[in-house]
Design a protein around this ligand. Structure first.
Ligand SMILES: C[S@@+](CC[C@H](N)C(=O)[O-])C[C@H]1O[C@@H](n2cnc3c(N)ncnc32)[C@H](O)[C@@H]1O
Length: 378
């Protein structure tokens, strides 16, 4: 294997040289710098002491947790043997320490304890029951096959971070796959990304509920064709019941109008879901991430703070109005987004841009008033 050195945050890591990232024997995706930036900031602002990056590839994520946060114990794992060897090499370079090697495990006992294993993620997590304050699942595709063990490996008041890159499935391009993996009916069209994110969070909520665990969403977002959620667990049957109450269904009409209902069962046909209909962010947490981002050595210093600012400013209500889709659906001209937002604010409503789409807005105005604002600006 030939390698090149890349810098990301405080880490300097070797990654395989390859024409295309999916051809590389060990996976490294520079587009995910923003994902790793936000995750590293999250581990930092939450004051996490123990963390597992269960699917590590080059190890960049776990190494950044070790270098850029206060975590005292960091566990990295990958089933692929090439990945394991590369992670060990990358940890050595970044910590200037030598590991104790036993079979398919390497333990570094420097300023912090770093463990690297070459095993199935489910086995590693199962062997570490209720151990980690922060469990990170960053797989290829869907995280669902790792979810049960992750919920058993994380502490009962810990944080679970999940990435899903199976956007086609969650956005309704493969409806049957969405039913199989997430037991949910996906939405197609302009709302598919927010609906996909809400299906993902809803699935985690249902899995957590069987362990009598409730969930608070610290932050859930969509970006660069993946979904990411940071979920704080809460221990107790009542907390699980309260969380489950925030699941529900949505409906959408031809003209683009949507409705949703926080109800355990769909009340009428044509329903999409179940979906998480609670908040997608904890404002204080996002504010803390933003402050930390402004004082950090980031992997993507241009995009990460800007994205966090957009998230911080976004109105947190279910679903949005995409001006292009509404214009198309209703035979109107597309107006300027900022002017429509202004118009809605003048009408006394709250309205903001949304990270889900550059042509959409979130508002507490009813659909009819959004349409009035659109028509007003024809
Ligand atoms: C998307 S990559 C991880 C990227 C990494 N988290 C990052 O931020 O750069 C997914 C990794 O999961 C590994 N993997 C796949 N199935 C696994 C399993 N059952 N147990 C452990 N690792 C697995 C693959 O070898 C691959 O390296």
């Amino acid at each position: 294997m030939e390698f090149v050195e890349v810098r990301e945050g405080l880490a300097r890591i070797l990654v395989p040289k390859a024409e295309r990232i999916y051809d590389a024997p060990v996976f490294y995706n520079p587009v995910m710098k923003l994902n790793r930036d936000i995750s590293t900031l999250a581990v930092r602002v939450l004051g996490v002491k123990s963390v597992i990056d269960a699917l590590s590839a080059t190890g960049v994520r776990g190494i950044r947790y070790a270098l850029e946060t206060q975590a005292e114990e960091v566990w990295l794992n990958d089933i692929n043997e090439d990945a394991f060897r590369l992670i060990v090499e990358n940890v050595k370079r970044n910590t200037k320490t030598e590991p104790e090697l036993t079979g398919r495990m390497a333990e570094f006992r420097g300023a912090r304890k770093i463990t690297v294993t070459n095993d199935d993620a489910n086995r590693v997590m199962a062997n570490n029951f209720r151990h980690f304050e922060f469990v990170d699942l960053d797989p290829f595709g869907s995280p669902m096959e790792f979810l049960d063990t992750a919920l058993r490996s994380v502490r009962r008041r810990g944080v679970l971070a999940v990435t899903a890159t199976d956007t086609g499935v969650l956005c309704g391009a493969y409806k049957h796959a969405c039913r199989r993996k997430y037991l949910a009916e996906p939405v197609r069209g302009e709302l598919c990304h927010e609906a996909g994110l809400r299906i993902l969070v809803g699935a985690v909520v249902r899995y957590a509920a069987k362990y009598d665990l409730g969930v608070d969403v610290l932050l859930a977002y969509y970006r660069d064709h993946y979904f990411r959620a940071f979920l704080r667990l809460k221990s107790g049957a009542k907390k699980a019941d309260d969380t489950l109450r925030r699941l529900g269904y949505m409906w959408q009409e031809e003209n683009g109008k949507f409705e949703y209902n926080e109800d355990f069962l769909p009340r009428r046909p044509g329903a999409y879901g179940p979906l998480w209909l609670g908040p997608l962010k904890d404002q204080e947490f996002v504010g803390a991430l933003l402050t930390a981002a402004e004082n950090s050595h980031l992997g993507d210093p241009r995009k990460t703070p800007e994205f966090l600012r957009l998230l911080a400013e976004e109105l947190d209500v279910p679903f949005f109005h995409d001006t292009h889709a509404l214009a198309r659906r209703n035979g109107l001209q597309v107006g300027k987004l900022t002017r429509i937002i202004e118009e809605l604010r003048n009408m006394g409503y709250r309205a903001t841009r949304t990270h889900f789409s550059p042509t959409a807005l979130k508002t507490d105005a009813p659909f009819e008033d959004v349409m009035d604002a659109l028509r007003e600006l024809q």
